[in-house]
Design a protein around this ligand. Structure first.
Ligand code: SF4
Length: 392
């Protein structure tokens, strides 16, 4: 999976026909510029009126500031970089709607595929939506919750680097938000360094999953007890958020003892005695994302405490960066491993509007649910190992 999938992109001329922004401007579809000798692509939002009047990207205060900043970092903007817009025509309305971004995405896609940058700096919200709009639909939040992240993309074989647009801190071409500008420069410097590194080989790859039924579940749980893995990530899928709710039930449970494979199984009375033993074995260090959830359900439904808690990926992510919409497992998987949201199909069954309501998990295809559950555990394990390297 990739941030971009070929099939999702409008590659014909229908985009311009539907968009019609070209009819509002003097110089439609302003072309990318730059020789990109250092493999840096800067994706800007949309042309300003001044850029439209001249029909060029390389004009205006925002461009001049980018040029000067890069020069101070020993980068020649036209020799070393490629500069383009995510919406290539000036429009009378200041608002750049998602519709325009969607319709113009094929131009961005075609250019990135052609020039194969080592890093794509996405400057501002429209540019960000141009890159992630089709593959990341949940909890996008404000642009500030993405600023400064480094997301590897397998298909494009590059880093995606959201940074502020100069327009975010230049006001009326006069007042500057100095702290935002300093952060902007810092992120450009960081991105230039990152562009010299290849994206990780496992970017965008889904780990293996194994689904167990009947007696195979018991054999697996016994093997956990005899082999005593050093670390064990586990995850429940349940029909509500609170185990105390009437009718609360665990549907599936999953485990991972390494970063390669997640194992999931339906949860019922037959496996409870062995699951209890696994969770109360202190020598097996436990990993979860939002461990208070697994802890509470184990206490209430299995009647035992979890012993040997070792790592919570959500808590750790929150310590790393306390911005909102950062610490959830799916966002972390996206940021660290370049895997787009794998929970889109499951969300409508697992989401519940209220703490007091049951969700629709019983309507979900069981194999899909188990696959999803297995992925959660293996990604929790993989993420925990990565976080521990940073924090210890
Ligand atoms: S903004 Fe993009 S999609 Fe719209 S008319 Fe211009 S080039 Fe075409």
């Amino acid at each position: 999976m990739s941030l971009f999938d070929d099939g999702q992109i409008d590659v014909g001329g229908a985009g311009c026909y539907m968009c019609r922004r070209w009819r509002q401007c003097k110089n439609p579809k302003i072309k990318p510029i730059g020789n990109m000798k250092k493999g840096l692509l800067f994706l800007l939002e949309a042309p300003s009126q001044g850029q439209d009047a001249k029909g060029r990207i390389d004009t205006g205060t925002a461009y001049d500031l980018l040029k000067k900043t890069l020069a101070e970092l020993d980068i020649d903007i036209l020799e070393d970089c490629r500069i383009m817009f995510s919406v290539c025509c000036y429009g009378r309305s200041k608002e750049i709607t998602e519709n325009y971004i969607d319709l113009c995405r094929s131009n961005v896609w075609t250019e990135i595929k052609k020039v194969q940058p080592k890093a794509v700096f996405v400057l501002g919200k429209s540019a960000l939506l141009s890159i992630i709009g089709r593959t990341w639909k949940r909890d996008r939040g404000e642009f500030s919750s993405w600023e400064g992240l480094s997301i590897p993309d397998k298909n494009l074989n590059t880093w995606i680097l959201p940074i502020y647009s100069p327009r975010d801190f230049l006001k009326d071409d006069q007042y500057k938000d100095i702290s935002k500008e300093a952060e902007w420069v810092r992120q450009i410097r960081k991105g230039i360094l990152l562009s010299k590194k290849k994206i990780p080989a496992d970017t965008g790859l889904l780990p293996n999953t194994e689904i167990l039924h009947g007696p195979n579940r018991l054999s697996y749980l016994k093997s956990l007890l005899s082999n005593k893995p050093k670390y064990l990530a586990f995850d429940y899928e349940t029909n509500c958020l609170k185990p105390q709710l009437k009718g609360a039930k665990i549907y599936t449970v999953s485990f991972a003892t390494n970063s390669e494979t997640g194992v999931a199984m339906p949860f019922d009375d037959e496996i409870i005695p062995l699951v209890r033993k696994v969770f109360t074995d202190r020598s097996i260090k436990k990993i979860a994302s939002n461990m208070k959830f697994e802890d509470a359900w184990t206490n209430v439904i299995l009647g035992v405490p979890v012993r040997g808690w070792w790592h919570d990926t959500m808590l750790c992510a929150h310590i790393e960066d306390n911005r909102s919409l950062y610490s959830g497992l799916k966002k972390q998987v996206f940021i660290h491993f370049g895997v787009p949201d794998y929970s889109e199909a499951a969300d409508r069954y697992l989401h519940s509007d209220s703490l007091k309501k049951l969700n629709k998990i019983h309507e979900m295809n069981e194999t899909d649910l188990l696959q999803y559950n297995a992925l959660d555990s293996v990604f929790e394990y993989k993420l925990a190992m990565k976080q521990r390297k940073v924090f210890t």
